[in-house]
Ligand binder design. Structure first.
Ligand code: PLP
Length: 408
């Protein structure tokens, strides 16, 4: 008899965005005349930068000739892309990361979800609340948690991010083995200072823990004092893995390209306490389970790191940051307390006592605006909604005037 992985039955509800899509579809079915504005799921709306499209086309043309055709590529990415990333994202910013420490993939969702496979079943994990659901759900699927009770899985060390601590995870008061951090944060839009990040690196070093640092939104940081990479912190190369993605940086959500940085010095431990290279484990996993990102996509990705590419992606992000500022200012003018919206495309809005899903339903019903209920990101997200800046300026302005009207 074929048996199910019982851990799947522990998973809480359907994946958040499926539930939102279901509600929006039902609403649209019942109100076909209404025009809905989506500021919910964090999906970009603007076209790929021109420089990427040109490189993408050239990549496709290469596939049309025997002499330039590419079949299976290296599972960790072509050197032309890995070298560009190492140079532009790291070396030019004074960080020692080399091309062979960069692993190109088809998404940070897969990478942040798959990395836990490398570690023992009985490790303890520390996860912020609220959180990007992938970190938690993939550990539930792997059987590292108990049952879901009162909005929480048994066995997880939750790091509460609330108004009282400015939505910043605090170092756990008990030892943990694997720590998930995300800055700029999804969903709360917060960033971390170098001093605070240093404390995490020091903690991981002292306790032999590993930090999984999700920097999917690093390109939104517009202040040189805010770290864009955990590897700006001395010693992080021994205790951290970093995830980066072109999804939001360059509009690649439908094109798919991301990369994970695993320094050579980053180690975990076997039963005898001997050091094992995380990079070797990841290489082994990826070469077994992953065939790499397609050649034309990697050519399009390479273009992001050219001078023109950097200028075009900067413009793209400035546009979304402009939207974020409009949303945050408008919500604040309506008397809502907000976090995020600066160095981040997300605005985390305190619902002034309203429950998240009620706030969501009200905005859908009265303003035909879709947001994301904070409760979907964890128990501490209850009472909040997340508004995303990913839409056209026109739609954002329209959404804001509808929200103002609805809340009058
Ligand atoms: N990490 C965070 C925090 C995200 O919000 C997202 C996407 O929304 C991802 C990772 C996934 O990125 P990708 O599109 O590269 O899979």
């Amino acid at each position: 008899m074929i048996k199910v992985n019982e851990n799947y039955s522990k998973l809480n509800d359907s994946y958040l965005f499926f539930k939102i899509a279901e509600k929006v579809n039902n609403y649209q079915k019942n109100h076909p005349e209404k025009d809905i504005i989506k500021l919910g799921i964090g999906d970009v709306t603007r076209a790929l930068p021109k420089v990427c499209i040109e490189a993408f086309h050239r990549g496709v043309d290469d596939m049309a000739e025997d002499s330039t055709f590419h079949g299976y590529g290296p599972s960790s990415g072509y050197d032309f892309l890995r070298e560009k990333i190492a140079l532009e994202d790291f070396k030019k910013r004074g960080i020692e990361i080399s091309a062979d420490e960069i692993f190109v993939s088809d998404g940070s969702k897969c990478d942040t979800g798959n990395t836990q496979e490398l570690f023992a079943d009985d490790i303890s994990i520390a996860i912020p609340d609220p959180v990007y659901p992938v970190y938690l759900d993939t550990n539930v699927m792997a059987g590292r948690t108990g049952d879901f009770k009162d909005g929480r899985y048994d066995g997880v060390v939750y790091m509460d991010c609330t108004k009282e601590n400015n939505f910043m995870p605090e170092i756990p008061d008990k030892p943990v083995d694997l720590i998930y951090l995300c800055f700029p944060n999804n969903p709360a839009g917060t960033t971390i200072t170098k001093v605070d990040l240093e404390k995490w690196v020091e903690y991981a070093r002292d306790t032999k823990a590993l930090i999984l640092y999700d920097a999917a939104y690093e390109a939104f940081i517009r202040d040189d004092e805010i770290p864009r990479s955990i590897f700006e912190i001395k010693g992080a190369e021994k205790v951290a893995v970093e995830f980066r993605s072109l999804s939001k940086t360059a509009g690649f959500t439908g094109t798919r390209c991301a990369y994970t940085i695993i320094p050579k010095q980053c180690m975990v431990f076997d039963n005898t306490g001997a050091k094992i290279s995380v990079q070797k484990l990841w290489n082994r996993r990826q070469s077994t389970k992953f065939n790499g990102v397609s050649y034309p996509v990697q050519r399009a990705a390479e273009a992001v790191f050219s001078d023109e590419g950097k200028a075009q992606t900067k413009e793209l992000i400035s546009y979304y940051l402009g939207n974020a500022a409009i949303i945050r200012n408008a919500l604040e003018s309506l008397g809502f307390e907000c976090a995020g919206g600066e160095h981040s495309p997300y605005i985390w809005v305190d619902g002034k006592g309203k429950e998240s899903w009620d706030f969501f339903d009200m905005l859908l019903d009265k303003a035909q605006v879709v947001c994301t209920p904070g409760a979907g990101f964890g128990r501490c997200g209850e009472g909040y909604i997340r508004i995303s800046a990913f839409n056209s300026r026109e739609k954002v302005e329209q959404a804001i005037s509808r929200i103002k009207e609805a809340l009058k």
